[in-house]
Design a protein around this ligand. Sequence first.
Ligand code: SAM
Ligand code: SF4
Length: 460
Amino acid sequence: MKYIDQAEINRLLENNKKPSAAELKKILTKAKALNRLNLEEVAMLLNVSNPESLKEIFSAASFVKDTIYGRRVVLFAPLYISNICANNCLYCAFKADNKVTTRKALTIEEIKEQVRWLLSRGHKRILMVAGESGKNPVDYYVEAIKAIYSVNVGQHKIRRVNINCAPLSVEEFKKLKASGIGTYQIFQETYHEATYRRVHPSGPKSDPDNRIDAVDRAFTAGIDDVGVGVLYGLYEWKFETLALLMHIEHLEKKFNIGPHTISVPRIEPASGVEFTKNMPHKVSDDDFRKVVAILRLAVPYTGIILSTRESADLRDELFSLGISQISAESRTSPGGYSSGDNNQSREIQFTIGDQRSLDEVVASLLEKSYIPSFCAACYRKARTGEKFMNLAKPGTIKGKCSVNALITLKEYLDDFATEEVKKDGYRLINQLKNNLEPQVQESLAKFFTDIDRGIRDEYV
Ligand code: SAM
Ligand code: SF4
């Protein structure tokens, strides 16, 4: 597989080298100074198993998360527009040979109906998701994106549409970019070539190089926020984590910028799919905590996304280890929001672990003093790609992030939250306001007055 030196990864993992106390200290000091870790250092962290050293790794990850992202957690919802697929990924209910799944591609009107539902709950950010089908899928995606941005419910509109779809050509990516997408997201699934070929037996996805090259093509087409990921459970998790970082090193070398986000999906049960019942490399919760913490340390400026595949309890725990974005209230079937899909229909991709409503997720974040954020300001102010990194690294972005997160939280509380959540939310805002720099407090107060006067969607 291109860009992935499997022999080098195996060499790094071969002797299972654990760091000495001095080596661990050196690596964690480097990470806490917000420096990227190299593969050798990451391999040593992956091998740590004694509880005391693990505690040190988790505490360093929390430090990095708090230093760069503060207590903010960005919320979004996936929007599945089609479950028709030409591929046969062994783990997915949308695979072409799965007769259990009822197939559906939403019409533009049906897409708008889903968006109205999401807006009426308070969502502002959507991840559009589709199976791989048709000769010219990009025109459908572009129409769908236009439709999503066109809908409003009262004063509320979707502010950022990200997309997770199959690889496209540079020309097609240019069309996607012109339609106003935020991040283009694609998971390599597994970086282990033999496993990749085995679990993708037919269809366009069976070519691993076409998939890994899609990230390069997206950058080449000018999409500068790209999301990468591994589907944990297909192959050995330490190998996958090192390979993902090797992929990122390739992107950094070639484009001078890494991915905007990393996703860490674990395989979930999917109906009609034997593979998910008997997974060869199932990743335990303990190892999964390690993966999140070590990624947080290795690439401090890359957002880490956690989906509703994970249970509510584990999600709550992982925020402190480095998660910066989460989905909430997800349905994995096309049309699942307005139809009230209960996670069991014949149209879903996999069953989700966290079925709480957006309001419940917001409540649980507030309870732990995290700031639920619906901010999309950077993308709308063109602070993307290298420009974003140049602001993020010296910490310049932080003042803006605090203001924007609190504006979006107040909008959510005023317009959508239940009474109980409103109370907790206003209490947290009041606490946090006092810790801001005087200038930032002043700017926030002006925005809050505007919100009280009925103005929405202001940001810096
Ligand atoms: N069809 C496109 C593709 O495969 O790139 C894009 C969308 S696909 C619906 C999104 C992601 O869902 C895949 O990249 C894969 O990682 C994940 N996925 C598939 N089956 C899954 C399962 N059973 N459990 C958890 N995640 C799954
Ligand atoms: Fe199709 Fe994507 Fe599912 Fe594979 S993971 S079967 S490509 S929808």
